[in-house]
Ligand binder design. Structure first.
Ligand code: DGT
Ligand code: CA
Ligand code: CA
Ligand code: ZN
Length: 572
């Protein structure tokens, strides 16, 4: 898909232009375009083929100039402006972007001074103590650079769940459309909805394995073939990860799904339980002597045969779920269909790409009962945060729209939690809102005590309904704040503040582990997409998947409530 290539190119143009303060707005336009194309479900080449340049301009964040860039790339395979910039900046900004605290401006200085173009160069220079002598750097930042490089190495090249899941589904639809497979399922970490994916695993049933593998290696998203066999083929995909495709015998499919879904630790424990029952469990079946007693049965039958409840894939991490299943206490996990609304959405009024009406229409397509529009407050200037008067003016606009649509539009804000824990808008403004999300966005470099106090102070204003993306982490990019989540959860419980499970792909914050940790305190959660355009709504499934990995049922989640109960909760 050209979507991936184009968003990568635009992102790189954003980095290159960011080295020049004067080109700041131009740079941001490219970043917006990159994000928009990245979250686009449809194939951009198809949009162009069907609707031409007009179709491209219908994508949020794409104006005429950018549409022409896209057209140039799709028709010639090249983008002149990008090639020119690339000559000027032979720096691997994309690689540097995986590193914390090392933005384009720093990269540019070190390129000019030391000729550094990638992380390997940077590491060498730091180890040789060449960086400490460059003005604006110093010993401390040299050490920090080395620390952050080691973090990049540790996270490796795991891709985001959303990227893996989208591509896995594309492959499944592609294979099913060719009519050579009778079943095709996603397994591995993607099925478990793990926040990052090491490689994609797909299982199929087919009586023409050779043909399936030919089709698979010919898939448009394949960069190269790693190994090709009749039962297993591995390819490298354009999205930067590999995919294993296995052809499974129909009688073993259930066992193979159980085995290849993992996790490895979960499987090891389940296999031990099988041994205790005098069985042998592997990817081919559950054997009593030489007989596969699971022949043709689904994976749920395996768990039941071993005296357990069925364990949903998201729970299979050996975090206590096996013991729970043995004592028949697996909870009825939250489902995507339980979600009745999205409570964190941005519009053009702050840093969103779509108008309020476009966001409302998109929310209605999800069959939601309610949505909350929650733009940024003034402290967040880069996101065009609004002041008290602007919010009050804006709410009049929402009121005037309310009769027009059959969906409840809740008035809200994502208000900044300032350094001392106070909120960035007047109490009266906040009290007039239906939903107040409070989030930390700036001055994030605090120690645990300071940050914990700051967040607790915000909760104690008793004006906060939802604590937004509580740890602030960005997967593979930015570390979580230093924060005592147990303490924060206790106050959230006391003040009826829900903790957010922010579903945007890079955030997933709270994550599974933090949900398991905080849910002990009986706290409520709100699963929100934090959408900045109409496509963002689709991320809800990532938040629900994360909630399921944290063992949540619908009882803990406020946006499964009907409107009446939700309003009661929000009024505290
Ligand atoms: P990933 O790819 O790193 O995101 O994580 P997974 O869980 O998809 O791991 P992967 O692709 O290496 O293997 C898929 C599943 O196959 C894994 O979750 C469990 C199963 N599996 C692979 N190797 C072993 C093994 O050595 N022992 C056991 N019990 N299971 C294995
Ligand atoms: Ca995998
Ligand atoms: Ca694999
Ligand atoms: Zn935010």
């Amino acid at each position: 898909m050209k979507n991936v290539e184009l968003s990568r190119i635009f992102n790189e143009m954003y980095y290159m232009l960011s080295t020049d303060e004067k080109a700041r707005f131009e740079a941001l336009a490219y970043q917006r375009a990159a994000r928009s194309i990245e979250s686009l479900q449809d194939d951009i080449s198809e949009i162009y083929e069907k609707e031409g340049i007009k179709g491209l301009m219908g994508i949020p964040g794409i104006g005429k100039g950018l549409a022409e860039h896209i057209q140039e790339y799709l028709t010639t395979g090249k983008l002149n402006k990008y090639e020119e910039l690339k000559k000027k900046f032979p720096i691997d900004f994309t690689e540097f972007s995986s590193m914390e605290g090392f933005g384009p401006k720093k990269a540019m200085i070190l390129y000019e001074q030391l000729g550094i173009t990638n992380i390997a160069d940077l590491k060498k220079a730091a180890e040789e103590h060449k960086i400490r002598n460059i003005p604006g750097f110093g010993e401390k930042s040299e050490a920090l650079i080395l620390k952050n490089i080691s973090m990049v190495a540790a996270t490796g090249s795991r891709i985001l769940l959303s990227t893996g899941l989208n591509e896995a589904r594309n492959i499944v639809s592609y294979l099913l459309a060719q009519k050579v497979v009778s079943r095709c399922e996603i397994a591995g970490s993607t099925r478990r909805m793990r926040e990052t994916v090491g490689d994609i695993d797909i299982l199929v049933i087919s009586d023409q394995p050779g043909k399936v593998m030919d089709l698979f290696t010919g898939y448009k998203g394949v960069k190269s073939t790693v190994v090709k066999g009749e039962s297993k083929t591995t390819v490298l995909l354009d999205i930067g990860t590999t995919c294993d495709l296995r052809v499974i015998k129909p009688e073993s499919f259930g066992s193979a799904m159980q085995y290849f879904t993992g996790s490895k630790d979960h499987n090891i424990k389940v296999r031990k339980i099988a041994i205790d029952h005098n069985y042998k469990l592997n990817e081919y079946g559950l054997y009593s002597g030489n007989e596969n007693i699971m022949e043709g049965k689904g994976e749920d039958a395996i768990y039941r045969e071993l005296g357990m409840d069925y364990i949903p894939p998201e729970m299979r991490e050996d975090r206590g779920e096996i013991e729970m299943a043995l004592s028949h206490k697996i909870p009825e996990l939250l489902e995507l269909s339980d979600i009745k609304g999205d409570l964190h959405l941005h519009t053009k009024e702050s840093d969103g790409m779509n108008t309020t009406e476009e966001m409302i229409t998109a929310g209605m397509k999800k069959h939601y009962d309610y949505i909350a529009i929650t733009n940024h407050s003034k402290n967040l200037r880069i996101a065009h945060g609004m002041n008290d008067d602007q919010f009050m003016e804006y709410f009049k606009q929402i009121d005037s729209l309310s009769d027009k649509y059959h969906i409840k539009i809740l008035k809200g804000a994502e208000v900044d939690i300032l350094k001392d824990g106070s909120l960035d808008l007047d109490d009266n403004t906040l009290k007039s809102m239906d939903v107040v999300i409070a989030s930390v966005h700036m001055d994030t470099n605090m120690n645990t005590d300071e940050m914990t106090d700051r967040v607790i102070n915000a909760v104690k204003t008793n004006l906060v309904n939802i604590l937004g993306h509580p740890t602030g982490r960005l997967i593979n990019e930015r570390q979580p704040f230093q924060l005592d989540l147990d303490e924060v959860a206790k106050y959230c419980k006391e003040y009826k503040t829900a903790m957010e499970i922010n579903a945007s792909p890079q955030r997933l914050d709270l994550n599974d582990e933090n949900i398991l940790k905080t849910s002990k305190h009986g706290v409520y959660y709100s699963i929100n997409t934090d959408s900045h355009n109409i496509y963002g709504y689709d991320y809800m499934e990532l938040g629900v998947g994360t909630a399921r990995r944290g063992w949540l049922t619908k009882n803990n989640v406020i946006n499964t409530m009907n409107l009446q109960d939700l309003i009661k909760f929000l009024k505290k």
